[in-house]
Design a protein around this ligand. Structure first.
Ligand code: 0A1
Ligand code: ZN
Length: 881
């Protein structure tokens, strides 16, 4: 395995390859234990490169059985095979030449799920970022683009289906029980987009006619019998294709688009050219087994991978430092798609919740890094929420800064100018500068400076002058390797609300560039004066979350309530209530820790219940309002010396106070939001279910008996309601007879459905309290627990570490010791999975001292273990430094 070499790759060392790859011809003879791969690669020496320069190819855990130059065996004196490279000397000075490499692979024993592996008897590949080098020796980097032909030979009985990228060329029976198929992909691509799938799968077929009238065959492959559960994914795919034509003017470019769902996959999905491979969790859905969240995720991820066809595949990254070029942009595109398919405001709230709960902690801890990093040790560890989600926010800010039309002009220029190329963030920004004539120099700092900027704001009103003055100060916290930061260009959308809820229309604004409601902050300190403001206004900051910042402002509950009642920006209404709740919850944690009585602010209760009962607001929005900030959100708000137990009891007390005051409203909502008729996964129906379940949750927490949850469990006719009821039972009454019954019933009913059993594990892993660790350990001996399936490991071990603050952060440190043992066990089998789960400890320094000490010990135990993978070693070292 690629153990920790400690080698650091630097952006500044980038240089193009010495040899240009012209064509790739691959032949696979598939066998579970011994697959033979013949790679024929046509190269020529790049102009100006030294005639003696050798060809150096990447490899990883390969067995090479043959090496030819122009069909002649290469003498052993002319090549060297090292652990991770193949070096060939004595190559032609100018003429093109053909290298033929033969390698032997064992897909069956490939537990890392990188390169060619087996999942449920299906051959499958994963090549991003550096998996292709586990298939053959190759210049395995994203700036090497070539046209591929792929021949696949396999046993007909076990692998009737032979798939690769591009268009199908043809195939035939070989007469010996085997058959073959040939595929040709006319679009030059980097090796990370290569894919091969072979096996026996069922298919759902459809077609799509592009704007220019070409017909594209659409196929989604799933395990036999699961075809009906792929219908929603197919629908989402067709909507994505249409949307990309309408909104970004992007048409699909092959005759066929295929998706394959597999059950063993390290990530969510992969955008291989014409042949996307998906974690089946993001394909399969029906009302009985998938929640509304599952449906929304499927829609978003299907769209994401499809959108990569232009942002990632047609235009790719020059090197892996540019990962956000494809990921940040594609996440932005999938966010916009979902916003158009669903409620824009509710979608934005969900995005911001996710950003704050995942990316903000990353940016505030030892793993912080710029959206466009300048160095890495293990690229697998840079598929982060900073690259993806913050990268998306930065793209969104370009749209905010330039406005819709200029943003579109810049995107069009990007597609025109760079189609078929491997480019950088600088190339991307230059398109927007050229299209708009604007200088984005300072704005670019968003790509280079890590850390979430903090804006401290205070306002004062001068009645005599009828002017309102905002004093704003921005600071960007120090992050690893970056102690001093420059001021950033922050586009902050601000509204000034007057007492009656209307919006002030200032006559003039000085002290900052202001366009519409966007205040452009560019200096460390700025004083912005709004004149012609008739009475003291209430400022509503960061409408629509126009910039990914933390905001510090002293604002009374009354002012927040005014925003919550009157803002035209629905996101800002939610934000005001959320900020009010967070203030109160942070105070409650302090009170709980010092044994004081916990006070729930009447303004908070009033604000939440008013929104909950407001029929002019859509149910999904009201559900978001009712969902209190999580324990992790509260910990982040407090920032340091955190005691998860105190946070939890404080939150519980606030929840009970709201439950008590809102009993009537919640009871009413329970009835009003009941849906009749067949299940529909659309956003409006999902919103009603969300509001109904939010109300139910308060009713259950406001009651000492489990009856309401039991009855919800019994009457549920879809997975959203059923899993919600089971969660309420398990979390509120973990040891009740009724809970044990419900858990057993659920398990029995869904024993054959791995994705639902994952939920069963996750619900139990998140039961609050110290004793859940023992429960988790016991669940690891359950016959359903399978340590080699990533989804299963994530659902139990990952969910416990990431989403159970009181259980995982036990004061005695047992949670951390348990995780350390798990990481060391998972690592040799699947380093990527181990490293990712380990990031659950990224905020360890913000814990109170006793827990922090235990956490540090556990991290040291991992760091000190022998034979750590590069993946885990990189994460643990950064977490400890
Ligand atoms: N490019 C994919 C993410 C991805 C990255 C690495 C993988 O290796 C296991 C798999 C997938 C995306 O953004 O969807
Ligand atoms: Zn992506």
């Amino acid at each position: 395995m690629r153990t920790n070499t400690g080698q650091i790759i630097h952006l500044e060392d980038y240089r193009p390859t010495d040899f240009v790859l012209e064509r790739v011809d691959l032949t696979f003879e598939l066998d579970p234990k011994e697959t033979k791969v013949e790679a024929r690669l046509i190269f020529h020496r790049r102009e100006g490169v030294d005639a003696a320069a050798p060809l150096v190819l990447d490899g990883d855990e390969l067995t090479m059985t043959g090496l030819l130059l122009d069909q002649e065996e290469v003498p052993t004196a002319l090549y060297d095979v090292a652990d991770d490279t193949l070096t060939i000397r004595g190559l032609p000075e100018t003429a093109p030449f053909e290298i033929t490499v033969t390698t032997l692979l064992s897909p069956e024993t490939n537990t890392k799920l990188m390169g060619l592996y087996r999942t449920n008897n299906v051959y499958c590949t994963q090549c991003e970022a550096e998996g292709f080098r586990r298939i053959t020796y190759f210049p395995d980097r994203p700036d090497v683009l070539a046209v591929y032909t792929v021949n696949i030979i396999a046993e007909k009985a076990t692998a009737p289906l032979l798939l690769s990228n591009g268009n199908y060329l043809g195939g035939a029976d070989m007469g010996d029980g085997r058959h073959f198929a040939a595929w040709f992909d006319p679009h030059p691509k980097p090796s990370y987009l290569f894919a091969l799938v072979a096996g026996d799968l069922g298919v759902v077929e459809d077609k799509f006619t592009t704007a220019s009238g070409r017909e594209v065959a659409l196929k989604i492959y799933v395990e036999h019998g699961k075809e009906p559960r792929a219908a929603y994914a197919m629908d989402a795919l067709k909507r994505s294709m249409k949307w990309d034509e309408e909104v970004f003017g992007r048409e699909y470019d092959l005759d066929i688009f295929m998706i394959v769902a597999v059950s063993d996959f390290n990530m969510g999905a992969m955008e291989n050219k014409g042949l996307n491979v998906f974690n089946d969790k993001y394909v399969l859905a029906d009302p009985e087994t998938a929640t509304d969240t599952d449906y929304a995720n499927i829609e978003a991820i299907i769209a994401h991978e499809y959108f990569h066809n232009w942002t990632g595949n047609r235009i790719t990254c020059r090197d892996w430092f540019q990962l956000c070029l494809k990921e940040g942009l594609t996440v932005y595109r999938d966010h916009e798609f979902s916003a158009d398919m669903r409620s824009r405001a509710v979608k934005r709230i969900a995005e911001v919740r996710h950003l704050k709960s995942e990316q903000f902690p990353e940016d505030a801890g030892p793993l912080a890094h710029p959206v466009r990093p300048t160095k890495y040790r293990e690229i697998n560890n840079f598929y982060t929420t900073t690259v993806y989600e913050k990268g998306s926010e930065v793209t969104r800010m370009i749209a905010t800064v330039l406005g819709r039309d200029l943003f579109k002009k810049g995107m069009d220029l990007y597609f025109d100018r760079h189609d078929g190329q491997a480019v950088t963030i600088e190339d991307f920004i230059a398109c927007f500068e050229d299209a708009s004539g604007r200088d984005l120099g300072q704005f670019s700092l968003w790509y280079h400076q890590a850390g979430t900027p903090l804006i401290t704001a205070s306002g004062s009103y001068d009645a005599a002058k009828q002017s309102y003055t905002l004093s704003l100060e921005q600071t960007v916290p120090a992050t690893p390797g970056q102690s001093a930061k420059k001021p950033m260009h922050i586009p902050l959308r601000v509204g000034l609300l007057l007492e009656d809820g209307s919006e002030a229309k200032p006559a003039t604004v000085s002290g900052a560039d202001v366009m519409a409601d966007v205040v452009h902050l560019t200096e460390r300190r700025q004083t912005v004066v709004f004149s012609g403001v008739p009475s003291r206004p209430v400022p509503s900051f960061n409408r629509g979350f126009s910039a990914p910042i933390n905001l510090h402002i002293e604002q009374s509950a009354e002012d927040r309530a005014l925003i919550a009642r009157h803002e035209i920006d629905l996101f800002a209404r939610w934000q005001a209530l959320n900020a009010m709740a967070l203030d109160n919850l942070a105070k409650a944690a302090v009170q709980a820790r010092s044994g004081q009585p916990i006070a729930c602010d009447e303004a908070l209760i009033g604000g939440l219940l008013a929104a909950a009962g407001d029929e002019r607001l859509e149910p999904a929005f009201r559900a978001q309002v009712l969902s209190l900030p999580s324990e992790a959100d509260i910990a982040r708000e407090i920032g340091r010396d955190n005691d998860p137990d105190a946070i939890q009891s404080g939150r519980q007390a606030i929840l009970s106070a709201i439950a008590a005051s809102g009993k009537d409203i919640f009871t009413r909502l329970l009835g009003e939001m009941t849906l009749s008729g067949p299940f529909r996964p659309d956003a409006a129906s999902a919103g009603r279910r969300a509001l109904r379940n939010a109300a139910l949750s308060y009713l259950v927490y406001g009651d000492d008996r489990p009856e309401k949850a039991v009855s919800a469990f019994r009457s549920a006719n879809n997975m959203t309601d059923l899993s919600q009821a089971l969660t309420l039972l398990a979390h509120r009454f973990p040891d009740a007879e009724e809970t044990l019954d419900a858990l057993a019933t659920f398990k029995k009913r869904f024993a054959d459905n791995a994705l639902v059993i994952d939920k069963w594990f996750a619900i139990q892993a998140t039961i609050p309290g110290a004793s859940t660790l023992e429960r988790v350990k016991a669940l690891m001996s359950d016959p359903h627990f399978n340590p080699s399936n990533p989804n299963r490991v994530r659902s139990l071990v990952g969910t416990f570490a990431f989403s159970n603050p009181t259980g995982f952060n036990r004061a005695d440190g047992e949670g951390y010791r348990f995780l350390a043992r798990q990481i060391l066990e998972i690592d040799p089998r699947n380093p990527q999975l181990a490293a990712r789960i380990l990031t659950s400890m990224r905020s360890w320094r913000s814990l109170e001292q006793v827990r922090a000490n235990h956490a540090q010990e556990a991290l040291k135990e991992i760091a000190g273990a022998a034979n750590l993978s590069a993946d885990v070693s990189d994460i643990v070292d950064r977490m400890l430094s």
